[in-house]
Design a protein around this ligand. Structure first.
Ligand code: PHE
Ligand code: ZN
Length: 904
């Protein structure tokens, strides 16, 4: 049996070894031809003096024979020629397998030259060099460079790159690579060349090149030290009018990083290329970012407000990587969150500063609670710093990214902004040009603050979401208020079986920001273990499994506002009454907790309605929520963003996540019932809100207009849910008259989800006219697909199958796959989980088809099936059956194999 058919191996953090060889210089020449590309690589290599292996310190004489062999990674390469120091190697001097090239003996210092042939047009995995529409482009993170040439493809091998691209001038007039252009010319036969040099040493995962027929939009930025940086955004000619927002966002990000982190851009040129076929959102290649079109192009007519905000956030995220990721990079892939968690924290703060801080925080909390907590509770749970993996591509997760960012945020909360900045300055200066670990980052923070982070490291090393239970006690005579904290964290599925079952994890250090709220607002107080007297908000550090905090001089019994700003990524449990939640909703000075109180109130109500639904009792509305909503709606309209947040019911996904056993149907019916009731009880107020928030001018993208549109479209949805007579006309006229995609799409989706028969006719017509208007714009088509794939009315599966038959659908394009299959399986639970399990069978079929084309996308798509343990026994059996069917496929990719095997 060949190795490839065997199970993929597991790689462990504890086995990390420094590289045995280094590559000082990397010189590439890539010749793009009609049906192939030739890659010539010249690598200036030497033994790594830091490698233990070089000392042969083991004293074992057998090691010295191994000692001078060199193992390079390489996949799907056809080796044409290989030479060391100018002498060609004979086939006895090396061996090639599917994954590696081993040269039996190399000198201590040498020049290695290889020539390989690759096939970009046949590369459907979208890793390495591939063709997307009219351009050739690369994606090398995490291990894509090994599909371009034989290399030490690991982030702790950093090299100075010079890249020459040769291609047909009419097919590929634009030739780009990292760094600065240093030469170009013609080679005859209608072909031309360009050479680029990147002065910064970097790991191969940050390499990029692009060749294609692209238009460019240019701008400039003057850095804090007065250097002028050229900004170039390369897009397909038809997209030239969609570049302004990304460029503005980039300039804002460049300024923000100078002001908030003291980080200046370091090259004279910053390029972004937009590609339509891309596995992820975007990639921070040095000086040459490559973006999914969906994360860079924006225009009011084609892009929703959410789309504009995503562009701003992703442009900033990739830009921020220039320091947190590129100048200081990761030693190995177990440190992925070193760059990703930190950079997500940076981009979240940037977005908060650009728009509404509370809205941004609420969006992030929702993502964490619905998606990350679910991951932490499932079979693929892993620590922010994992201890092992089979396929690193599977670890670009919400845990690494979003929980990783929460962990950095907690460090920020514990240190405060000034010390945190000192820590980040120390980290960047100490490790500039190095490949380092999460421990190095934390050590810098520890050093500037004098704090001990040893217990804090549990956040990085333990998987799972801690639960924090809080109880309170008020002693009127002593004017004392006490909070009792109790923390716990269950052992996840993966850790079970290692004699760990039933065992608890080590306690975490949990920063809990607390306020005490009364009808009169926040109380000033001092907590027993805090030095700061009479504050309205304090960060209490919970470190013990159980801990009590006493507040002195408390004259009336307050309602506790816990975990303000969501100061730690935990599941909080406090026995709030409905009255207490209503009080927090209107009096808490912390916006996040005002919103959270509305969510908790709605959750309490929905959970009791779900019990009634399951007991086949009629659903009866309780006034507490409608009264609270009425109050919010009648308040002055100065914070519409906040109003829209507070008036939005918790999603079906969130309700699923907090259920013991997920009852998809009950969740859906109860939420629909509540939307309908709130819509009709408050219909006059919704109608007024709708009309009061219609914008008079033309579309502008700014925080207040975004808030106005979101409140208006929320009101429209409530009216439609209430099936008020006027709602159809309102929806239809908004659809017809909207001058922007936000309003048009809101109307379309409201119409498509309206169960009334008269709505169905209108929805059909609207979908058709939308398609006719936009079929030439892939990004708009994706939204057209998404609206239909998410439609929760009966018959979802056959609608989705029909969409996949549509001439514009393409299984090779990840955005299309996500828009149709991804949206259906993740955001349309009633249809995906329909009785009989046809949804599960459908997903498994798609995963198997995709596994042959693009394993990364296949493995990612699989997620909903891996959550089978959360459902009824009957659904469990059906879901598991499909996983078993996938598992029995003989040639699974390591990506899909890892996810399926861990799930079973
Ligand atoms: N490093 C990219 C980011 O988060 C994500 C990415 C990973 C893109 C792997 C492509 C491939 O900014
Ligand atoms: Zn990133």
């Amino acid at each position: 049996m060949a190795m490839k058919d065997a199970q993929p191996g597991t790689i462990h953090l504890k086995d990390y070894e420094a590289p045995r060889y280094l590559i000082d210089k990397t010189t590439l020449k890539v010749e793009i031809e009609q049906d192939k590309a030739k890659v010539y690589a010249t690598l200036n290599m030497r033994r790594n003096p830091e490698s233990d292996y070089s000392d042969n310190c083991s004293g074992n004489p057998l090691d010295s024979s191994l000692d001078s062999s060199l193992v390079l990674s390489g996949q799907q390469l056809s080796l044409e020629h290989i030479a060391i120091n100018g002498a060609s190697l004979t086939t006895e001097q090396y061996v090639v397998t599917e994954e590696e090239l081993t040269i039996h003996q190399v000198p201590d210092q040498f020049e290695l030259v290889t020539e390989v042939i690759i096939y970009p047009k046949q590369n459907t995995s979208l890793e390495g060099l591939y063709k997307s529409r009219t351009m050739y482009c690369t994606q090398c993170e995490a291990e894509g460079f090994r599909r371009i040439t034989y290399y030490l493809d690991r982030p702790d091998v950093m090299s100075e790159f010079t890249t020459t691209i040769i291609a047909d001038q009419s097919e590929c007039p634009v030739l780009l690579a990292n760094g600065n252009p240093i030469g170009s010319g013609k080679v005859g036969d209608g072909r031309h060349w360009a050479t680029w040099h990147d002065p910064f040493r970097k790991p191969a995962y940050l390499f990029a090149m692009v060749a294609g027929d692209l238009s460019v939009v240019e701008d400039q930025f003057t850095t804090c030290s007065g250097r002028i940086v050229d900004i170039r955004l390369y897009v397909e000619p038809k997209d030239k009018d969609k570049c302004g927002h990304a460029i503005q966002s980039l300039k804002h990000a460049m300024t923000w990083d100078e002001q908030v982190y003291g980080r200046e851009y370091d090259l004279d040129l910053f390029m972004i290329v937009a590609v339509d076929d891309f596995n992820m959102g975007a990639m921070e290649n040095k000086g040459l970012n490559i973006f999914n079109t969906s994360c860079v192009l924006a225009h009011p007519e084609t892009t929703t407000d959410a789309g504009f905000q995503r562009v701003e956030a992703v442009v900033a995220h990739e830009y921020f990587h220039n320091w947190s990721g590129n100048r200081v990079t990761c030693r190995d892939w177990f440190q992925l969150s070193l760059k990703e968690g930190f950079t997500v924290f940076r981009d979240a703060e940037f977005s908060a500063d650009m728009g509404s801080r509370t809205v941004k925080r609420v969006e992030d909390i929702n993502l964490l609670r619905t998606v990350q907590f679910a991951e932490d509770a499932g079979p693929t749970a892993h620590p922010v710093q994992p201890a092992s993996y089979m396929e690193i591509s599977n670890f670009y997760t919400v845990t690494i990214y979003e929980k990783g960012a929460e962990v950095v945020r907690m460090i920020h909360t514990l240190l405060g902004p000034e010390l945190f900045r000192q820590g980040s300055d120390l980290y960047f200066s100490r490790h500039d040009g190095q490949a380092v670990t999460i421990e190095d980052f934390v050590a810098a923070m520890a050093e500037v603050s004098g704090r001990d982070f040893s217990q804090f490291m549990n956040w990085y090393r333990q998987a799972g979401t801690p639960r924090l239970s809080v109880r309170s006690e008020y002693d009127e005579k002593a004017q004392q208020y006490r909070l009792h904290f109790k923390q716990s964290c269950e052992v996840t599925k993966l850790e079970e079986g290692k004699q760990q079952q039933g065992k608890q994890k080590n306690p975490y250090q949990i920063p809990v920001k607390v306020g005490l709220v009364t009808e009169q607002g926040d109380l000033a107080f001092s907590a027993s273990d805090e030095k700061n007297p009479r504050e309205k908000s304090q960060v209490i550090e919970i470190t013990e499994p159980e801990q009590t905090v006493v507040f002195e001089g408390i004259e009336t019994c307050p309602v506790p506002s816990l975990l303000r700003g969501f100061s730690a990524p935990v599941k909080l449990d406090y026995p709030y009454s409905r009255e207490e939640l209503a009080l927090l909703m209107s009096h808490d000075s912390d916006g996040v907790n005002r919103w959270d109180a509305s969510q908790q109130l709605a959750i309490q109500l929905m959970q009791s309605l779900m019990e009634d639904y399951r007991a086949s009792k009629p659903l009866v509305m309780d006034d507490c929520l409608s009264q609270a909503y009425a109050k919010i709606l009648s308040e002055s309209a100065d914070d519409r963003a906040m109003q829209a947040l507070v008036l939005t019911l918790p999603s079906e996904l969130l309700l699923a996540e907090i259920s013991d056993e997920i009852d998809v149907e009950a969740i859906h019916q109860v939420r629909r019932f509540l939307c309908g009731q709130l819509g009709s009880i408050l219909s006059d107020q919704w109608r007024d809100t709708y009309h009061a928030n219609i914008s008079t001018g033309s579309y502008i993208h700014n925080a207040s207009e975004v808030a106005q549109r979101s409140l208006k479209n929320l009101a429209l949805r409530y009216l439609a849910n209430a099936k008020t007579e006027d709602s159809l006309a309102l929806v239809q006229s908004q659809f017809d008259e909207a001058d922007n995609m936000t309003d048009r799409l809101a109307a379309l989706s409201t119409l498509v989800n309206d169960p009334r028969p008269e709505a169905a006719v209108l929805a059909m017509q609207a979908l058709e006219s939308f398609f006719n208007d936009w079929h030439h714009e892939p990004l708009v088509l994706n939204q057209w697909f998404q609206v239909q794939a998410a439609c929760s009315l009966p018959g979802g599966l056959s609608r989705v199958k029909a969409l996949m038959e549509h001439s514009t659908f393409d299984l090779h394009n990840p955005n299309k796959v996500r828009s149709v299959i991804g949206v259906f399986c993740n955001s349309n639970p009633v249809n995906f989980h329909c009785d009989g399990g046809e949804g599960y069978r459908f997903l498994a079929d798609q995963v198997l088809a995709l596994d042959k084309l693009n394993p990364q996308i296949a493995a990612r798509l699989l997620t909903p099936l891996t959550r089978w343990r959360r459902f009824s026994e009957q659904k469990q059996a059906l879901m598991k059956g499909e996983l078993v069917r996938i598992m029995s496929e003989p040639k699974l990719s390591s990506d899909t194999y890892e996810i399926v095997s861990k799930s079973l």
